[in-house]
Design a protein around this ligand. Structure first.
Ligand code: SAM
Ligand code: SF4
Length: 359
């Protein structure tokens, strides 16, 4: 197995072997990934202040706690002023970037609202705050308008690159189509966004071969940023029925860490986020992600009172805290990993910048 770690180009079978590595080999995998991270992107972690501004969603993904069909959720929608306060908090605390995330809505009122918010956030930060959107599938025209208004990164997970598995975890209708998801990712790339995608790890019915295909998809699509983390079951979702098929949570975490480490070896200069779902399984989950290759963290800057209602899965961490608690606790945690925080730096994907450089 050790030979694989020195290969220039990992094939599917190599990835499956690495995903099945025993404890001893996993240590070697993690240390190789950490070495590559240090060499190619450095031991710096960049913050993206996460604003979960609304849990109102028009979709019904089978895994997600805020799906439209879940009537046990208190729906909320922050006012524009509240959203701008979150952005100001991130800016004043030197986070350098924010992510606006919510349930998926596709209508003109929503599109216009986001367009205005982008302009306002740029204004309040003298154009200095970087903005990422994570608002699901939209038309090319809307993506273009948001890009023109100042957003330069977009996160849209493919969830699983295996079309059959994608279909098993989504309703079978035109609002949940694998082709549409893929097409949206292509549109985002064409417009000029730094494109982030990712998958859930440890889904029911998912095999190691599927996960290897997910990593191959990320390389093939030539992504700039990746956010991927363990799937965590939620009792009010249809997928909960299959909870007996799941790996125990510590194994799902370990698989998540292996995916990050292998991806770092495959795509040396991209940005990889340590997903919050890692922390839902292990209080030190995100720090572990940073140690094995991740270089982005998304501290939650949503006011504490709303966080309990943005429960995608059970045991979501920090739902009873306020943004300040999170900043302090993160600073200490990151220095424990031997990394520093890139305060006031956008920390854009080096991979994206290299692609843009003229030949
Ligand atoms: N609505 C937008 C979308 O779907 O792209 C953005 C918000 S959505 C809640 C963000 C991500 O949460 C999804 O892409 C999905 O991967 C993740 N997610 C949802 N339910 C989850 C669960 N039960 N376990 C882990 N991740 C989950
Ligand atoms: Fe809505 Fe996103 Fe959850 Fe799907 S994953 S139900 S689109 S919030």
């Amino acid at each position: 197995m050790r030979d694989l770690l020195n290969k220039n180009y990992l094939e599917k079978q190599d990835i499956i072997t690495l995903l099945s590595a025993n404890e001893e080999d996993t240590k070697a995998l993690f240390s190789k990934a950490s070495e590559i991270k240090e060499k190619h992107v450095g031991n710096k972690v960049y913050f993206r202040g996460l604003i979960e501004f609304s849990n109102i969603c028009g979709k019904n993904c089978y895994y997600c706690g805020i799906r439209a069909g879940n009537n046990n959720v208190n729906r909320y929608n922050l006012t524009d002023d509240e959203i701008l306060d979150c952005a100001r908090f991130a800016y004043e605390n030197h986070y350098a970037s924010v992510v606006l995330q919510s349930g998926e809505l596709a209508n003109e009122v929503f599109s216009k609202r986001i367009e205005n918010l982008l302009t306002e956030i740029k204004h309040l930060s003298n154009n200095r705050l970087g903005i990422t959107l994570s608002l699901g599938e939209q038309s090319e025209e809307v993506y273009q308008r948001w890009f023109n208004a100042g957003c330069h990164r977009y996160l849209l997970r493919i969830e699983s690159a295996n079309k059959e598995l994608f279909q098993k975890i989504h309703p079978n209708n035109e609002h949940h189509s694998f082709e549409t998801r893929l097409n949206c990712l292509k549109m985002l790339k064409k417009i000029g966004y730094q494109v982030g995608t990712g998958v859930m790890i440890g889904l029911p019915f998912q095999t190691l071969e599927d996960l290897a295909d997910d990593l191959l998809f990320l390389r093939e699509f030539d992504v700039d940023m990746v956010g991927m983390g363990p799937y965590i079951e939620h009792p009010d979702t249809p997928l909960y029925e299959y909870r007996d098929l799941l790996l125990p949570r510590p194994e799902r975490l370990q698989l998540g860490l292996k995916m990050i480490a292998i991806l770092r070896i495959m795509m040396k200069d991209i940005n990889i986020a340590a997903a919050t779902a890692l922390q839902a399984i292990d209080p030190m989950g995100r720090e572990k992600g940073i140690k094995v290759g991740a270089n982005i963290i998304m501290p939650n800057v949503t006011p504490g009172e709303y966080r309990n209602s943005y429960k995608l899965y059970s045991d979501k961490p920090c739902t009873d805290e306020n943004p300040d608690d999170c900043t302090q606790c993160l600073e200490a945690r990151i220095s424990m990993t031997g990394n520093t925080i890139g305060f006031d730096e956008w920390g854009d994907s080096k991979h994206f910048k290299e692609k843009k450089r003229p030949e």
